[in-house]
Design a protein around this ligand. Structure first.
Ligand SMILES: Cc1cc2nc3c(=O)[nH]c(=O)nc-3n(C[C@H](O)[C@H](O)[C@H](O)COP(=O)(O)OP(=O)(O)OC[C@H]3O[C@@H](n4cnc5c(N)ncnc54)[C@H](O)[C@@H]3O)c2cc1C
Length: 564
């Protein structure tokens, strides 16, 4: 029998619905158990025996065939019962596949028997047996979601909703799928007692209390990753077939395809898996998700999928340089060292230029957009919209949106468009009465509850601030590619995006001293065996689907390079 989230949790959290419970705690059939048994070994279960201790690094996988095992979360004030696994049930959650420390303790309640598999044996099984892989992966992902939803983890964050560092840490933990409890200093007056207990001054916040012992004061993402063991057991010294830089949709797709096709692949990610897509509340145009999927959900699934196939992902580590004058190439990752690679995929994406507005993130996808396509246009039919920017992309967006919007306010910081926009677009704007050009003007505030409702802008010539009811703002101020770290190793276009394949001219190749008789492959840069995919690539189309497509296509060329 399985009774999830009992005792303390049951008092404070809503019960798990029956359908959810079946997904989290499926019962394996006799046939499935026999298949799993062929990969592991049977062992007795003695009452009270601890099979997995919270904090254990590499944990085994157990299928209970007789008796029962209880899953508890230890804490300084006692244990919280999370689940009881009876015959046909199995232990584990996403951390087991990710190679991270266990968040819970598994202890035998009733004597019996289990089948035990090491983590490597389980990985091999899920890579080869689709039916079992589906059941186990789904259960692990749903168990993780449940832990995250109820903040059942091994860390507590104490912070303030007015502190950007608190927001950064919350985002980092959330986007890495690590459950945490959050205590807000501004809401919980008793929290000072807790801080005193750990000798923490209020000026030290945000603080992260880890496993009830260690206390990190305003930690960097890297410190958090190290303390929580996100990168443990990842060997950075041996030569990899492929190193992927960036774990946005493009990098994660490359990792999944490379690892599933037998390549030894390491991904280096400076923050959390998901990239820009990870900050999208709902991606509605990605194939196969008719009702949409949040960027974080998509990234979380891709992350587990990559790990399932054996890819390793270094979290909160910047690739700071590429050594490109000798092979194997190597990637510098700050203090943690240098990773050698026979082939490299650069998937470092781009960052949209954003105005300095405190609550901007709150309205992204809920009134603030970075694209003006048919999809966004449908959202603002008949409404007033703002387009920010004075370049061609802003001009195109304004003209396009004028077809559906009642009025387009075009806000430009400079005094005119002549220096930044093509003449034909300037003429189109002038000839479109619905577009109202406001030069020397910028947004100073966004307001709304859950979605954008009102915008304030300032005319910098007069200082006058206007306030309008307005539900759609298009920020078309350009994207900056993350390529400065490459230090001139590969050819870039005038805006710093990486040139690949047919975009490389003979002059580019001559300047780069391209050494091979063949031309660069599609997506290959001016450096043989180094590829660029997704938003970092010159000519990219700024879509999740195209980033994923490019990441997967690149792998077929990586195979060719490795065979050369
Ligand atoms: C708010 C928002 C909503 C969006 N909504 C949609 C949508 O609905 N549909 C759609 O199709 N597209 C959408 N997009 C666009 C889409 O998210 C991007 O096109 C896509 O994420 C590009 O993927 P990428 O992997 O190429 O780059 P990115 O997503 O930018 O990922 C790059 C990754 O590389 C990492 N990185 C950068 N430099 C380094 C370094 N030196 N070392 C290690 N790691 C590094 C970054 O931390 C990041 O995780 C949206 C974008 C945003 C910002």
């Amino acid at each position: 029998m399985t009774e999830p989230l009992l005792s303390e949790a049951a008092k404070t959290t809503p019960p798990v619905s029956p359908s959810h419970e079946a997904l989290m705690f499926p019962t394996l059939t006799a046939a499935h158990i026999a298949q799993i048994a062929a990969h592991g070994r049977a062992r007795p279960l003695a009452p009270g025996e601890v099979l997995i201790e919270a904090g254990d690094r590499v944990v085994p996988f157990f299928v209970i065939t007789a008796g029962s095992v209880e899953i508890v979360r230890p804490s300084p004030v006692g244990e919280m019962l999370v689940a009881v696994h009876g015959p046909g049930k199995f232990t584990g959650e996403a951390n087991m596949l990710l190679g991270r420390r266990s968040l819970t303790r598994a202890r035998v309640a009733d004597a019996g028997e289990a089948i035990e598999l090491t983590r490597d044996e389980l990985l091999k099984l899920v890579q080869t047996d689709t039916a079992i892989s589906e059941i186990v992966m789904r259960a692990f992902i749903y168990r993780r979601l449940e832990l995250v939803a109820h903040g059942i983890g091994d860390v507590a964050l104490i912070g303030s909703r007015y502190s950007p560092a608190t927001l950064r840490i919350k985002e980092f933990l959330t986007r890495n799928g690590h459950p945490f409890a959050y205590i807000d200093l501004d809401r919980d007056s008793d929290v000072q007692d807790l801080l005193d207990r750990f000798q923490v001054a209020t000026s030290d916040i945000p603080v992260l209390i880890c496993c009830g012992q260690g206390v990190l004061r305003d930690p960097s993402n890297q410190q958090i990753a190290d303390t929580l063991g996100f990168n443990q057991n990842i060997d950075q010294t041996h030569v990899r077939d492929l190193v992927v830089v960036g774990a946005g949709p493009a990098g994660l797709a490359a990792a999944v395809y490379a690892a599933s096709e037998g390549l030894d692949v390491l991904v280096i990610e400076s923050n959390s898996p998901g990239g820009q897509a990870g900050s999208s509340s709902r991606i509605e145009n990605y194939l196969g998700f008719p009702t949409g999927i949040s960027g974080q959900d998509l990234a979380g699934r891709a992350y587990v999928q990559a790990e399932k196939f054996g890819a390793e992902i270094l979290i909160a580590r910047d690739a700071t340089s590429l050594t490109c004058d000798r092979k194997p190439y190597s990637l510098e990752t700050g203090e943690s060292g240098r990773v050698p690679a026979r082939a490299v995929i650069i998937a470092t994406g781009a960052r949209y230029r954003k105005p300095a507005l405190d609550n901007l993130a709150q309205f992204e996808g809920a009134g603030v957009y970075y694209n003006a396509t048919f999809m966004e246009a449908q959202l603002c039919t008949g409404d007033d919209v703002i387009v920010v920017g004075g370049g061609n992309s802003a001009g195109q967006a304004a003209v396009f949106l004028a077809e559906v919007a009642s009025r387009v306010h075009m806000l430009v910081r400079s005094s005119g468009l002549a220096d930044s926009m093509s003449r034909y677009l300037i003429r189109r704007i002038e000839e479109t009465p619905k577009i109202q050009l406001r030069c020397s003007t910028e947004i100073v505030a966004l307001e709304g509850n859950g979605r954008l409702e009102r915008v304030r802008w300032r005319d910098n010539r007069t200082g006058e601030v206007s306030s309008r009811v307005l539900r759609h703002v298009f920020l078309m101020t350009g994207a900056v590619p993350s390529t400065t770290w490459l230090g001139g190793c590969v050819a870039l276009d005038a805006k710093g995006f990486i040139k690949t394949g047919p975009d490389l001219t003979s002059d580019d190749l001559a300047a780069a001293r391209w050494p091979l008789p063949r031309a660069p492959y599609l997506l290959e840069t001016s450096l043989p065996g180094v590829f660029a995919v997704g938003d970092v690539r010159c000519g990219n189309v700024k879509r999740v689907a195209s980033a994923v497509g490019e990441g997967s296509i690149a792998i077929s060329f990586v195979h060719r390079v490795l065979a050369e």
